[in-house]
Each structure stands twice: as structure tokens, then as C-alpha cells.
Design a protein around this ligand. Structure first.
Ligand SMILES: [Ca+2]
Length: 333
């Protein structure tokens, strides 16, 4: 137990500054993956910590793992005979837009015959992955040769649900073999700063405004289309009535279906329905009237002819009776 405690104590003291007396990667709030660069994966230029991606702004530096760090391994970015600006980045998801995040690198030193090499840490609060992007917020760049760099930290207000953390080594001039050693890159949410909706608004405001403006027009146009009421007029195109007249016109249904779908306006249908209902009301009467008369006339015609026949029969009967009456008297005589 005593030995373990001693080892732990040494480990803590190994970190350069009082502020960094604690490994930033052990902060339970840390959000970066593979914060301590414990494992490496193949990448262009060599290998980089797993979960991190290399970027090269200039030069042709090599990337590999090294032992210069309190907790091995570390990432070495280096070249021999050529200046370079390069580093690694990681996109961290699960951010809350408007919340403040702080990135920090616990180890950023260099070995060179030269006297200076810049080291910096940055955050792109929009989640971009371009180290030259205008949206990247960089910490002060530390040039002097020192092993404790508590100033290598930067804060930004998330403008997206994922933000990007960059670590960069800036070696403008070659001094032979120039090597940067980087390790322990953390990102924590700073809850001391209230989530600010206005914060992200500033920059976006400019952009959003235009977008919003653009957006409205489009809808307007669509709205205008909606007014397709012009089509509504078409329906008015009491063309429907025509359909009504041609109820038989089985063709009428197809056109109706075609117009209705697009607008799908219930309003439009109701009118048509009403039109149809109204139209029939008038049409039926004439139709009904016409047939009835014909039927009646026909019946009257029959009845008339029957009466004529009956009348004729009756008349002949009467005539016959009269003739018989005249004959009897005569016969009796
Ligand atoms: Ca490490």
C-alpha cells in the first residue's frame, strides 16, 4: 500500500505545474477519447493517437509515438531539415450548444537546436476540421523552451453538438532535427459559465438572418402557389356542372380526380359537392316533368280510344234496339 501511494505521489508530482498537478485526463469531466495518447493507429506520415487525426498545414513532418512525457507514450511531430506546421485534432460529440468548453494540453514541449517552436491548442466550436478555419479559436502560442505550459488552454462556446479540438506545433524554420512532444489533451465543460443562447448568436446571427430572409421568400412563393385558388377558380369552372349534365359522361370523373389531389383543399371539394347537389336539383325537375306528361298522354290516348269504341258499341246497340222496336210493331201488324 505504501509503495502504491508513493508511486501515485510520484506520478502526480511528475506533472509540471501545480495547476496541472493532476493529470487532466483523470478529470472525470474530460470528454476527449484517448486523452493520454495511450494507443496509436497508423496514419499518413506515420502513426497518431487512436481517435485523433493528423493535419499538416506546411512541411512534411513525421508522426509517431515517443517517450518524452510524464505518462508514456506521447505524440512526436518532427522533421529534420524542414520547417512545419502540423498537429492532430479530434471531433468530440455530445456538446450542448451554448455551453462553454475548455481544452487543455498537459504536455507540449520540444527538442531542437533552435530556441523556439510554437505550441498551441484550439477549438472549432462549429465542429469544423480545418485547422486554418476562421472559426477556430486558438490559445496563445507558446514559443519558449519550457516544460510547463499552463497557458495552453482555450475556451469556446459550442455552436454545434460537436466541436473539434486541435493541437498544433509551429516550427517555421528548421534547426536540424526539430521535435515536438504532445500528450494529455483534455476537453471539459465549464459549468461556471451559464449556457448562453446569445453567445452563439453573434456570429451566426449574421448568417442566420440572411438565411431566414431567404427562407421566407421561398415559403412565400409556395404560399403563392397555394393561392392556386386560381385552380379553385378552375373548379368553379362550373365545368363540373357540365359533368352533371353528362352524368353519363363517365369521363368527367377523371378530370375531377386530377384537380382535387394537388390542392387537396377540403374547401375545394365542398364547393364541388355543393355544385353537384344544386345542379341535380334543377335538372331533375325538367326531366321528371317531361316523362310524366308523356305517360299521361299515352294513358289518355288509350282511355280515349276505349271510350270511342265503347261509345261506338253502345251506339250500335241502341240503333239495333230501335230497329227491332220498329220491326215488332210492324210485324204485329
Ligand atoms: Ca501519454
Amino acid at each position: 500500500m505504501l509503495l502504491l501511494a508513493l508511486v501515485a505521489l510520484i506520478g502526480v508530482l511528475a506533472w509540471p505545474t501545480p495547476a496541472a498537478a493532476q493529470d487532466p485526463c483523470e478529470d472525470p469531466r474530460n470528454l476527449t477519447f484517448n486523452c493520454q495518447f495511450d494507443t496509436f493507429s497508423p496514419a499518413p506520415g506515420g502513426e497518431v493517437p487512436t481517435g485523433w487525426w493528423p493535419f499538416v498545414v506546411s512541411g512534411h513532418p513525421a508522426f509517431d509515438s515517443a517517450t518524452d512525457t510524464p505518462k508514456q507514450p506521447s505524440l512526436r511531430v518532427w522533421s529534420d531539415g524542414e520547417g512545419f506546421v502540423a498537429g492532430v485534432y479530434q471531433e468530440v460529440a455530445g456538446m450542448e450548444v451554448g455551453a462553454t468548453y475548455e481544452a487543455f494540453i498537459g504536455w507540449a514541449v520540444f527538442q531542437s537546436a533552435g530556441s523556439e517552436m510554437g505550441r498551441a491548442i484550439g477549438i472549432d466550436p462549429t465542429g469544423g476540421t480545418d485547422p486554418n478555419g476562421a472559426s477556430v479559436v486558438w490559445s496563445p502560442e507558446v514559443w519558449e523552451k519550457k516544460r510547463s505550459n499552463p497557458e495552453l488552454r482555450v475556451r469556446a462556446v459550442a455552436q454545434a453538438d460537436r466541436i473539434t479540438v486541435f493541437v498544433r506545433a509551429n516550427n517555421p524554420r528548421s534547426s536540424g532535427a526539430d521535435q515536438a512532444f504532445l500528450d494529455a489533451v483534455s476537453l471539459v465543460r465549464d459549468d461556471s459559465v451559464p449556457v448562453a443562447a446569445p453567445a452563439p448568436a453573434p456570429e451566426p446571427t449574421a448568417t442566420p438572418a440572411p438565411v431566414a430572409t431567404d427562407t421566407p421568400p421561398a415559403p412565400a412563393a409556395e404560399a403563392t402557389e397555394t393561392p392556386l385558388p386560381t385552380e379553385t377558380a378552375a373548379p368553379t369552372a362550373t365545368a363540373l356542372p357540365t359533368e352533371t349534365e353528362v352524368p353519363t359522361a363517365t369521363a368527367s370523373p377523371s378530370p375531377t380526380a386530377t384537380t382535387l389531389p394537388p390542392t387537396a383543399t377540403a374547401t375545394r371539394r365542398s364547393p364541388e359537392v355543393w355544385v353537384l347537389a344544386t345542379a341535380p336539383a334543377t335538372l331533375p325537375s325538367p326531366a321528371a316533368v317531361a316523362p310524366e306528361p308523356e305517360v299521361q298522354q299515352a294513358s289518355f290516348g288509350l282511355e280515349g280510344s276505349v271510350l270511342v269504341i265503347l261509345g261506338a258499341v253502345a251506339a250500335s246497340g241502341v240503333a239495333a234496339g230501335l230497329l227491332r222496336a220498329r220491326k215488332r210493331p210492324g210485324g204485329a201488324r
